[in-house]
Write a protein of this length. Structure first.
Length: 322
């Protein structure tokens, strides 16, 4: 497949991150954020409605049930910025609760233009809500959104879907500190965390029998072929989901089913994958509810509220910037 031209800066960053991950000693990795191109975002939306993937439904149940309680505790007026909005379906409950109190500006922040378009379509008809999307990385988009606030306005940041779990624990703490550096005291962060549960419940959520998650995972290789000119043979990789008990995380891998030579011209990289060797594409860390309270304290926040879903153990956590 011919290489699809990318803006120079974007292609350079993509290639550099891919090269760094694939040349790591011991375990080759690919950056998980690049799973979410147009096709990847669409596949993820399908994953979210699969019966095995209870995470999205737990996220939505809590937002629907407690949105009024969440916004009742916020000082008004408030602007809303969402890191990784996706289609925005689950955000509706928060925006509708706010729209009954004030006119609201909502800033979805995504690296996927198709996700931003879907979000605008999903939420664009809520009265008294104006949408301004940022096609940028999380922190750049959040900084841009924060600059739009007036002197009397507060910021509510949404980081839903347990995306924080994609970070290693130390990196997750550092990310929360970087978010805090953009916020002002009294601003809020609504953070979703998936909680520890039975492995028999977890694994099928990341390796569904319909094969949608496998297609989502392999699509990353398709993107590398298209945008970086690589020669990955998708049929030569098997999707694997693993539970790492020590780290309390699900790991997604692509396992090479034969020895193969890989060329990635745009990244100026070539290497040999041995049979059975894997590319680690994503992690999803799981938490204990009390662990989240400590995470808030050590990253510059206090946790003013925590709401837990019992059907699929999951928590919404309201952090206030100290």
């Amino acid at each position: 497949m011919p290489t699809q031209a990318l803006p120079l800066r974007q292609a350079s960053e993509f290639a550099a991150e891919v090269r760094a991950g694939l040349t790591k000693p011991g375990q080759r990795e690919l950056p998980s954020k690049y799973l979410y191109d147009e096709a990847g975002s669409a596949l993820f939306e399908v994953i979210c409605v699969l019966p095995e993937y209870g995470l999205r439904r737990a996220d939505a149940r809590l937002l629907q049930r407690y949105a009024e309680e969440v916004v009742d505790g916020l000082p008004l007026p408030v602007l809303v910025a969402e890191l990784g909005s996706g289609s925005g379906k689950k955000t509706r409950w928060i925006l509708e609760a706010l729209s009954r109190r004030q006119r609201t500006y909502y800033f979805p922040i995504e690296i996927s233009s198709s996700a931003l378009a879907a979000c605008a379509k999903e939420l664009g008809h809520i009265e008294l809500v104006s949408i301004v999307g940022y096609e940028q990385p999380y922190l750049e988009g959040l900084a841009a959104a924060a600059e739009r606030r007036g002197s009397d306005e507060h910021l509510l940041v949404l980081f839903l879907g347990s995306t924080i779990g994609n970070f290693d624990r130390d990196a997750g703490d550092e990310f929360l500190r970087e978010v805090r550096a953009i916020l002002s005291p009294g601003d809020a962060l609504l953070l979703s965390t998936d909680l520890v549960k039975q492995v028999s419940q977890l694994l099928p959520a990341y390796d569904d029998p319909a094969g949608v998650t496998a297609a989502f995972n392999r699509n990353l290789l398709c993107r590398l072929n298209r945008e970086l000119g690589s020669n990955f043979d998708l049929s030569a990789f098997a999707h694997e989901a693993r539970w790492n008990a020590r780290e309390r995380r699900i790991e997604m891998h692509l396992r090479s089913i034969r020895k193969q030579r890989v060329e990635i011209p745009v990244a100026e990289l070539s290497f040999t994958l041995e049979k059975g060797e894997t590319l680690w594409t994503e992690s999803s860390h799981k938490y204990y509810a009390e662990e989240v309270l400590a995470m808030a304290a050590r990253t510059g926040y206090r946790c003013d509220g925590q709401w837990v879903d019992r059907e699929w153990p999951f928590a919404q956590n309201l952090f206030i910037a100290e």
